[in-house]
Ligand binder design. Structure first.
Ligand code: ADP
Length: 300
């Protein structure tokens, strides 16, 4: 029996891609797509030629996070053409193929695998420095096939995104075991939503009466600070939101012998940038999250 023709076709397609990075998470909602999107913006901002491939078949959020909702993809004789946000940032997502954004994709394993295979085989990326692949959460059948296909064409490794609390880390441990089992190198783990970080000038202040009545005293509080302690207005409010008493992702990484890449705080401005399909790196308001993301990306 000769080599699998799909694997050969994927390897040929991937031959023009220098680096391939798979972004994984144990659970949904931890910021995997946000990280994939911002990683792609950052790499494109460094003048690399970047492709972002969204194979989160059940919840493709990449079109929205790159401000590309409602776009259609086109096919040429070279294959499916990615949608270009910049000349050096191409995007391909299952989201572009759904007739309506509210449509649910309820496909069984083989059909999902078929689509993923087709994505890897038929998208015409051209020469790329980086292909960032946003995978579905978990360690299902799709993951095995993606990893199998990407390993055959030489993948750099996986970045795993998590939040700090145990319920999320338990799933990450499974994700790490999965990577080890299938021989996928782990580039590192990112702890996202690692505490809330807000400029004090952005928060509201309230007075609560005993009966729970809320009085907005923001203006009074900010004026009071301005007059009595103006340097306070340059401070940030910092609060752990999720329980990290177990040492968070950093401890788990040292226990499991995988690299810890760093922490990204919960930053409403990052969420806003993602909602509006923008890069946080060109947004002065993302002061809490953009430098943290940049430090992580520089380690890769
Ligand atoms: P996943 O891909 O893991 O399901 P998403 O990237 O879709 O998660 O993120 C879930 C939600 O949380 C999105 O609305 C996103 O904008 C928001 N989010 C992600 N990371 C942060 C962060 N560090 N600060 C604030 N909001 C965030």
């Amino acid at each position: 029996k000769g080599p699998d023709p799909d694997l050969v076709a994927i390897s040929e397609r991937m031959a023009t891609v220098k680096h391939k990075i798979l972004v994984l998470s144990g659970k949904g909602g931890v910021g995997k797509s946000t990280f994939s999107a911002q990683l792609s913006f950052a790499l494109a901002g460094m003048d690399h030629q970047v492709g972002l491939l969204d194979i989160d078949i059940c919840g493709p959020s990449i079109p929205k996070m790159l401000g590309l909702e409602g776009q259609d993809i086109h096919q040429s004789n070279l294959g499916w053409s990615p949608i270009y946000l910049e000349s050096n940032l191409g995007v391909m997502s299952i989201g572009f193929m759904l007739p309506h954004p509210d449509e649910a994709v309820i496909w069984r394993g083989p059909r999902k695998n078929g689509l993923i295979k087709q994505f890897l085989k038929d998208v015409h990326w051209g020469e790329l420095d980086y292909l960032v692949v946003d995978a579905p959460p978990g360690t299902s059948d799709e993951h095995i096939s993606i990893v199998q296909f990407l390993l055959a064409s030489g993948i750099d490794g996986a970045i795993i995104v998590t939040t700090p609390q145990q319920v999320s880390l338990i799933d990450v441990r499974k994700e790490i075991s999965f990577c080890k089992k299938v021989g996928l190198p782990i580039l590192g783990v990112v702890e996202n939503m690692s505490g809330l970080m807000l400029p004090i000038s952005d928060v509201g202040f309230a007075k609560l009466s005993e009966s729970g009545e809320e009085e907005d005293v923001t203006e009074w509080a900010l004026n009071y600070m301005k007059t009595h302690a103006p340097e306070m207005l340059t401070l940030f409010v910092r609060k752990e939101v999720f329980d990290s008493s177990g040492g968070g992702a950093a401890r788990m990484c040292s226990e499991m012998g995988v690299p810890f890449l760093g922490k990204v705080p919960m930053d409403p401005q990052l969420c806003k940038a993602a909602e509006e399909g923008r890069s946080c790196f060109t947004d002065k308001k993302c002061i809490a999250s953009a430098p943290a993301l940049r430090r992580i990306i520089e380690k890769l």
